[in-house]
Write a protein that binds this ligand. Structure first.
Ligand code: UDP
Ligand code: MG
Length: 340
């Protein structure tokens, strides 16, 4: 009974005080509860970090706020006598409807603000797929996709082709690993998980990284017009049909796919050997198994697709690197001509 009576008394004081001073302390308490929930739910955020999200008043400041809050009603009390308490029925109505009216008013004004803000927002940039033509023409830029299972030797063979024929080597895996560790990248965690799991990073990320790298290369070599034709080996890409279609539609048509064919047991042996020193999170037995599965289920259909179009140069990647390179050169010469 006594508690209920003092609760009613407190409510009357709140209702009498100006609107701004009634809301502030409530908001403060809500923020504090939110802060406590965030601090409790987020294992990484220290209490200090939580403090930096919302500046909570220090203990004396809190007391000050409470004091000024109650002193205003006290000073009211001292200068003018308190208004007579409303009749019981009216008091009940205040308690029932006042907060709802405030909530409805706040809700509607935020909604109107939101609608107006939306109208002012700039249009979202069109996604790469809505482009009407690829960024580069095959007349200016030659792209060879280099595919093969994990450990087939794509990187090794690409390095030799770069040295002898002046290609620019772009490894999709290397670009993703660089993006993964780039400070401020919003894709870091996603890339890390995909690589460890041997799955494919969403194509938009990889296609954009490749296009950026191609643009950078062409810009630093003086542009495409007038100069020698830019030639790229795009290694470990496309690993999935959607990547292939997107890249050719938005970036550049590929001249052909250089496919290094190697049995799984040989690739596994090479990867485990490489894993001793590579420091790569995916050169371990578990990730290797997953990468093999992804390659068979997701990447081989890409090779088959280009095979049907007569755009695959297939090389047996089982022998030594020297032997594979000789074969690669011979087969590329047949299709692209001397010196490619
Ligand atoms: N990756 C991807 N998309 C690509 C290329 C690579 O998601 O287009 C990821 C994928 O998780 C792959 C990993 O990067 O397993 C390593 O790729 P990399 O080409 O370095 O491996 P390699 O086949 O050369 O061993
Ligand atoms: Mg590689």
């Amino acid at each position: 009974m006594a508690a209920a009576a003092s609760g009613r008394q407190a409510w009357r004081q709140v209702m009498r005080a100006p609107a701004s001073s009634t809301q502030k302390p409530q908001l403060g308490r809500q923020s504090e509860q939110l802060l406590q929930r965030r601090a409790a739910s987020s294992s990484s955020s220290s209490p200090a970090a939580a403090h930096s999200i919302i500046q909570r008043p220090t203990a004396p400041a809190q007391q000050q706020q409470q004091r000024s809050y109650s002193s205003s009603s006290q000073s009211n009390n001292s200068s003018t006598p308190p208004p007579p308490p409303p009749p019981r029925g009216k008091d009940k109505n205040n308690l029932k409807f006042w907060p709802f009216l405030v909530v409805i008013a706040l809700g509607s004004s935020s909604y109107i603000l939101l609608v107006n803000r939306r109208k002012e927002m700039p249009a979202v940039p069109p996604p790469v797929s809505s482009k009407t033509s690829p960024t580069f023409s095959p007349d200016d830029v030659t792209v060879l996709f280099v595919l093969g299972g994990p450990g087939a030797g794509k990187g090794t063979q690409c390095a030799r082709l770069v040295k002898d024929f002046g290609f620019t080597h772009l490894s999709a895996g290397d670009l993703l690993r660089a993006e993964q560790t780039r400070e401020g990248s919003e894709f870091g965690a996603l890339i890390r998980d995909c690589i460890k799991d041997g799955s494919i990073v969403p194509m938009e990320v990889t296609v954009q990284l490749l296009e950026n790298a191609m643009k950078d290369t062409i810009a630093t070599s003086g542009g495409v017009s007038g100069g020698a034709k830019a030639r790229f080996l795009i290694d470990g890409f496309p690993r999935k049909m959607d990547q292939a279609l997107k890249f050719e539609e938005a970036v550049c048509l590929a001249r052909l796919v250089l496919f290094f064919d190697c049995p799984e047991d040989e690739m596994e042996r090479r990867l485990l050997e490489r894993g001793k020193t590579s420091g790569r999170s995916d050169d371990n037995a578990d990730s290797i198994r997953k990468r093999f599965r992804t390659f068979v289920e997701t990447s081989m259909p890409v090779v088959d697709h280009y095979e049907k179009e007569g755009r695959v140069v297939k090389v047996d990647a089982t022998p030594t690197p020297d032997a594979v390179y000789r074969d690669t050169q011979a087969r590329l010469t047949k299709v692209l001509g001397d010196n490619f």
